[in-house]
Design a protein around this ligand. Structure first.
Ligand SMILES: [Zn+2]
Length: 489
């Protein structure tokens, strides 16, 4: 948890940094962007969320215009190709605008913070005199956050590598950053970045780059990159490859296909449930989730094979199962949200009981090997009370606390603790803080979760009833009792 004090200081810093922008505009502004957050089930340890930010937008902000082309519109087209290609590697991509609409510069970065982005790439086209040409990438300056800078440097280097290979466009100073001259400072007092998208992203510790693959104002660049849908796609794919490369994706590995569930059914052994699915393309392993009716999906195990046996299910319970496929690039982009259903059997333990020597002797058989049994008894009032807990290897119990002449009803239940299952997951703190209205800096961390399941047998309301009256017993029982008493003496 982030201490409140630092939240306040960040909020103050935000007000200072964004001086000139009405603070109220933060709430309710924008978000005509890609809908929703990524489902946490699709965010494994290796998964990254990238916001692609199509530059400009709306009726007035056209960006550069030249040769009959409008930067605003081409940026959006190229961004959609970037998204398509990046997702093919398993990257989780959101666009800061999906159609021609105005989005404030700071809002683009705030959107990235809101969705918990690991990186932001702003898609632009350069504009200058007719002779300027080639690809350029703008990165954060050296102030405030070195991690942001170095992450952006590797994105920019990879972008330039792919852009020059795919499009053959070089520039004299392809990668550069700028310091503002307005006097804006970061919370640590260092000089802010000139470009607002980069500056505000950095405040949320999100590495951001502005990609300008070519000059819209240069006839050669236009002809190479911008004058047909196929050329725009090539530019988008090239930018995507550069970003994926810079973010550490394996470009030879495609995103895993979502797992197709087959079945979930009891195995017949204990309360186990066997879950099966089709092997999916490009998957290296599968993560198995389980929920009860109306409950949340929770991870219960991992498997490299297209099957899994749930040994943590309890008796007489309906479960739903689903599976998310994963490889070293990340998880699939979707999964079966309804899942497959299975019901575990009942497991009633039959009690035997008899009244002898002023005690009630209880016996039972059970093929399971639980950790413990709990025995319940009800008297005349009909309420069950726990009277004893015995070890799981015991199969008998003697209840001495009985009154002759009374009638008791007994029942029994077994309990088995499952081994603790630990799994890792990405944190979602950035999103949470947005939802509470507090914008906090977000640091990507991996959190550990623990599952502690318990398998419980079912039980009958009245398993067995005993009348504590020696007279009620049969003659043979009386005789054997006498004989036993004789031999012990
Ligand atoms: Zn632009």
């Amino acid at each position: 948890m982030r201490p409140l004090k630092s939240i306040i200081s960040l909020a103050l810093a935000g007000v200072l940094l964004l001086a000139g922008t009405p603070v109220q505009a933060e709430a309710g502004a924008l978000y005509r962007a890609d809908e929703g957050y990524y489902d946490p089930m699709l965010l494994g340890e290796h998964d990254k969320i990238v916001v692609i930010d199509p530059g400009h937008g709306g009726p007035w902000e056209t960006g550069a215009c030249s040769g009959g082309l409008v930067e605003r519109d081409l940026n959006l087209k190229i961004s959609k190709y970037i998204k398509q290609r990046l997702e093919s590697y398993g990257c989780k991509v959101l666009l800061s605008r999906t159609y021609n609409t105005r989005v404030g510069l700071e809002d683009r970065a705030r959107y990235a913070a809101k969705v918990g982005a690991d990186a932001l790439a702003s898609a632009h086209l350069n504009g200058a005199g007719a002779r300027a040409h080639g690809a350029r990438v703008i990165i954060p300056n050296r102030s405030y956050d070195g991690r942001c800078r170095s992450a952006a440097v590797s994105m920019a280097n990879a972008l330039m590598k792919h852009l020059s290979k795919d499009l053959g466009l070089g520039a004299r100073y392809p990668i550069y950053s700028r310091y503002t001259k307005s006097g804006l400072r970061y919370p640590n007092g260092s000089r802010a970045d000139y470009f607002a998208v980069i500056r505000v992203s950095k405040r949320y510790h999100i590495p951001a780059v502005i990609v300008e693959p070519c000059y819209i104002t240069n006839a050669g660049d236009r002809h190479k990159c911008l004058t047909s849908e196929a050329k725009l796609r090539k530019v988008g794919y090239s930018e995507a490859d550069g970003l994926a490369d810079g973010l550490g994706y394996n470009l030879h590995l495609k995103a895993p296909e979502p797992a197709e569930l087959l079945d979930a059914e009891p195995t017949g052994k204990s309360s186990y449930i066997s879950v099966t699915w089709e092997r999916s393309k490009n998957a290296q392993k599968y993560i198995v989730f389980r929920r009860t009716k109306g409950g949340k999906w929770k991870e219960i195990g991992r498997s490299k094979k297209p099957s899994f046996t749930d040994k943590r299910a309890t008796y007489n319970q309906t479960y739903y199962y689903t599976v998310v496929s994963e490889n070293s690039n990340g998880r699939a982009v979707s999964y079966d949200k309804s899942g497959v259903k299975a019901k575990t059997p009942r497991h009633d333990i039959e009690l035997g009981a008899r009244y002898t020597n002023g005690k009630v002797a209880l016996t039972w058989t059970d093929e399971d090997q639980p950790d413990s049994y709990t025995i319940y008894r009800s008297g005349d009032d009909g309420d069950y009370k726990k009277i004893a807990t015995v070890d799981g290897d015991k199969r008998s119990y003697s209840d001495a606390d009985v009154n002759e002449g009374s009638i008791y009803t007994y029942t029994i239940r077994s309990y088995k603790k499952c081994k603790t299952y630990t799994y890792k997951d990405r944190n979602r703190d950035g999103v949470k803080s947005y939802l509470t209205g507090r914008w906090t800096c977000r640091k990507r961390t991996v959190v550990k979760h623990k599952r502690n399941d318990e398998i419980r047998s079912t039980y009958k309301k009245s398993n067995i009833t005993v009348a504590c009256q020696p007279q009620a017993q049969t003659d043979t029982e009386n005789q054997s009792e006498t004989q036993t008493a004789d031999t012990t003496q």
